[in-house]
Design a protein around this ligand. Structure first.
Ligand code: SF4
Ligand code: SF4
Length: 94
């Protein structure tokens, strides 16, 4: 006995058949904590950039900052910063 298969012809090739609609949600939409960089403490050692699992540390002229749209708030950057230049603060509603 053969089973009828669902019509997948309308599903884009870069999506799995379950996720038929690409979610516009970014990590910044659901994050509970966010990192804040103390610019006067940052020495641009780039350790945070190295450890950030989603590569959202952004190099500025004199410090490293965070792309908050992509940051998921894991806190690894704050843990690894050797100069304690990053602290995690609770995310509040805009
Ligand atoms: S790890 Fe700390 S001191 Fe080093 S670049 Fe990142 S924020 Fe600055
Ligand atoms: S909190 Fe996590 S995701 Fe956000 S910048 Fe730090 S290491 Fe990257």
């Amino acid at each position: 006995m053969s089973r009828a298969r669902a019509d997948t012809s309308g599903i884009p090739a870069d999506l799995c058949p379950v996720a038929t609609v690409l979610s516009p949600m970014l990590a910044g939409d659901w994050r509970a904590m966010r990192p804040v960089v103390a610019r006067d403490r940052c020495v641009k050692c780039a350790i945070c950039w190295l450890y950030c699992p989603v590569q959202c540390m952004v190099e500025k002229a004199a410090w490293f900052d965070v792309d908050l749209a992509a940051c998921k708030g894991c806190g690894i950057c704050a843990q690894e910063c050797p100069h304690r230049a990053i602290r995690m603060v609770e995310e509040t509603a805009a």
